[in-house]
Design a protein around this ligand. Structure first.
Ligand code: CA
Length: 415
């Protein structure tokens, strides 16, 4: 079958399925392949991975999962490709591809996403692509529709597909960001992330194969960009969230160091071995989720190694690392020395980081960042900063940065 002759009506479910959702009201599933993807082991695993990792250590109601977010991204894609002004710009096969890509874009996330990525040989995007292309239930569902579907869905996540399809899933104005801003702010109980998504959708147009926004939608876009900026500084970069992630990284580093040195674990670490030995198949990878890792942290409290035992206990009891603004590299060396002198090996008990976020990326040849494009009343297309003084101002404002050092509370009085 020529894939571009595929008809979505041939894949309609006998009964539509709906998921109640706190953000979108309902998430509507009309197609059998989407329903089958949701029911794969790899997608269901995302129920056991939190969307925000350490953020719930500060914003205690932010307990939502990657599964919930993935369904939300799918729903926004579905709504956009059903809009009157969009629907005739994609054929049915492309519509299926982009809905699958929205649903699957995060399927490769590991437990505690970002901390875990630091000990992984590849990024979560690369793992999403491997799960789609290699031996998995997701791959089987996609390949059963058309042999090219796994590759065509992966191409969207890898940004190698037609611009319109890529834009919907990953760009400065994509369904991923729209869902996570609305969902994360709702679940955290803050209002910074809120913006008028229905207005953005209503002012969306397709011009020369690209998504553009009508000039009357500029204020809604400005609001969305500021929402993202505030969410980064108020929520995602909160130092307590970073502290939690550092502790987690220290545990993973200690486990790896012990394993490499031939330490004999009391715990059965068979599920962690592929990670420690750096040869993970897709099935080894999807065996790891936050429930598994939490179990390990609990049994590590019974290990002979004092550092691993102590770090795990601090993690589970939320005795996080303290922090302060890092003024100079010398200050870091000084804190490392104090930590060592108190018997807290600085390789595990002192860390530093540097948070930096650009609210809107101006087009730049080197990183190929695409501008958000605005369609003026006379039909001319201009970039967002050309028409928005607010965006213009934030591009020229000094970049906000934050360097912090983290250490145990036992040495706090000496710092
Ligand atoms: Ca995402």
């Amino acid at each position: 079958m020529n894939k571009h002759e595929l008809k979505l009506e041939d894949y309609l479910l006998f009964d539509n399925k709906v998921f109640r959702d706190a953000i979108h009201g309902y998430i509507r599933v009309e197609l059998l392949p989407i329903w089958n993807l949701i029911n794969t082991g790899e997608m269901q695993r995302l129920r056991r991975i939190k969307q925000l990792g350490g953020t719930s250590m500060v914003f205690q109601s932010a307990e939502h999962s990657r599964f919930t977010h993935s369904l939300g991204v799918y729903e926004i894609v579905r709504q956009i490709i059903s809009l009157d002004q969009v629907k005739d710009h994609l054929d049915d096969y492309e519509k299926l591809c982009v809905m699958c890509a929205g649903l699957l874009h995060d399927v490769g996330h590991g437990p505690f996403s970002h901390s875990f990525e630091s000990v992984m040989p590849c990024s979560h995007e690369e793992m999403s692509v491997r799960i789609i292309l290699e031996d998995s239930e997701v791959h089987d569902v996609l390949a059963s529709v058309h042999e090219d579907l796994p590759q065509d869905v992966a191409a969207i996540i890898q940004k190698k597909a037609r611009p319109l399809l890529v834009q919907l899933v990953s760009s400065q104005l994509d369904c991923d960001r729209m869902d996570y801003l609305l969902r994360d702010s709702y679940c955290c109980g803050v209002t910074y992330g809120n913006f008028d998504m229905s207005r953005i959708l209503r002012t969306m147009r397709i011009k020369d194969g690209h998504m553009v926004i009508k000039a009357s939608g500029v204020q809604a876009i400005e609001d969305y960009i500021l929402a993202r900026y505030h969410m980064y500084w108020q929520v995602y970069y909160h130092p307590v969230c970073r502290s939690y992630e550092h502790l987690l990284q220290s545990i993973l580093t200690r486990v790896k160091d012990l394993y490499d040195s031939g330490y004999v674990f009391f715990s059965d670490i068979s599920l962690l071995k592929p990670l420690l030995e750096d040869h993970m198949s897709v099935s080894d990878y999807v065996a790891l989720d936050e429930s598994v890792m939490m179990y390990y942290f609990r049994v590590f409290m019974q290990e002979d190694d004092a550092i691993l035992k102590d770090l795990s206990e601090r993690f589970l009891k939320r005795h996080l690392l303290k922090y302060k603004t890092l003024e100079s590299p010398e200050a870091l060396t000084r804190i490392q020395r104090i930590s060592d002198a108190h018997g807290f090996d600085h390789r595990y008990y002192v860390t530093s980081d540097y948070a930096k976020n650009v609210p809107y990326k101006h087009y730049d040849i080197s990183n190929q960042t695409a501008e958000i494009e605005i369609l003026k009343e006379d039909g001319q297309i201009v970039s967002l900063p050309e028409t928005s003084e607010i965006v213009q101002a934030i591009i020229h404002a000094k970049e906000k940065e934050d360097a912090k050092v983290f250490f145990v509370k036992e040495i706090k009085n000496e710092i």
